[in-house]
Write a protein that binds this ligand. Sequence first.
Ligand SMILES: NC(=O)c1ccc[n+]([C@@H]2O[C@H](COP(=O)([O-])OP(=O)(O)OC[C@H]3O[C@@H](n4cnc5c(N)ncnc54)[C@H](O)[C@@H]3O)[C@@H](O)[C@H]2O)c1
Length: 261
Amino acid sequence: MGKTAVITGAASGIGRAVSLAFADRGAKLVMADVEADGLEAARQEAEARGAETVGVVTDVTQQASVEALADAAWARFGAVHIVHNNAGVLIRAPMLDAAEKDWEWILAVNLWGVIHGVRAFVPRMLEAGEEGHIVNTASEAGHFAGDGYGVYNTSKFAVVGLTESLARELRNTPLGVSMLCPGQVETGIFTNTNRPASFQRNGDDVPVERRATDNAMEPADVAAKVLAAVEAGELYVFSHVDEARSLIEKRHGRLMRGLGN
Ligand SMILES: NC(=O)c1ccc[n+]([C@@H]2O[C@H](COP(=O)([O-])OP(=O)(O)OC[C@H]3O[C@@H](n4cnc5c(N)ncnc54)[C@H](O)[C@@H]3O)[C@@H](O)[C@H]2O)c1
C-alpha cells in the first residue's frame, strides 16, 4: 500500500484493529489515543507486523492536540493519505439523567473529535493533492435513536450529517470519504474510564451497563470492512448489515408516515 494512515482511538477496540489491518497492508501508521500505555502496547503490536509506526498521545477534544498530531504525522512520514477519526466514548443513560458534563464529554470526543480531525487534516491533504481517504466512525446509533442512548445518539447523528456533508464537499477532489456505522462490537467502550478531569461529574459517573447480546462482532472483522470500503471508495460501512437494514427501514417508515405516506 505504501500509504500513511492516521487512526485516533488506536489504543483499543476498533481503532487498534484498524491499525493492525492497515499494518498488514503495508501502511505506515500514526496511532493516536489519550491512553498512553494502551497506545504504546498497540503500537508495538503493529510494529511487530512490520509496519513503520509512531504513537502520538492525543486528546481529540482539543483542536491544538489534533493539530499537533497532524504536525507529528507530516514530520515523521512527509504525507498523510488516510485519516480515521475513530476515538469515541459512551454513556448509557436516559438523557434526562445525564449531567451537563456528560453531554460535554460525549459531544467533545464523538463530535468535536471528528470536527478537529477534519479541520486539522483535510485542508493539508487537499493542498498535497494526493489521493486519500477520510473515515469517520459514526454508529448504527447515528441512524436510529435506540432507547437509553440519547446523548450518544445525538453525537452520532451529528457525525452522520457531518460525514455526508463532507462527502459532498469533497466529491470533486482526490479525497474519498467513508463513515463506519457499527452495531455492537466487542471492545472496551463499555468499560472505558478515560474521562478527562475537565469532564468529570463530581465522581458520580453514570454507570455504563453492558447490554446483553449474542451479536457482538470482533474488531478485526470490522477493520476488514473498513479497509474494503476505503479501497472501494464506499461511503457507508455497516458491520451488522441485516440489523442496520431493519433499524433504518423502521426509521424511514416513521418518516414516511410523518410525510403522510
Ligand atoms: N463497540 C461498539 O459496539 C461500537 C458500536 C458503534 C460505534 N462504535 C464507535 O467505535 C469507535 C471506537 O470505539 P471502540 O468500540 O473501539 O471503543 P474502545 O473504548 O475500545 O476504543 C476507543 C478508544 O478511544 C480512546 N479515546 C477516548 N477518549 C479519547 C480522547 N479524548 N482522545 C483520544 N482518544 C480517546 C480510548 O482511550 C480508547 O482507546 C467509537 O467512536 C465508538 O463510538 C463502537
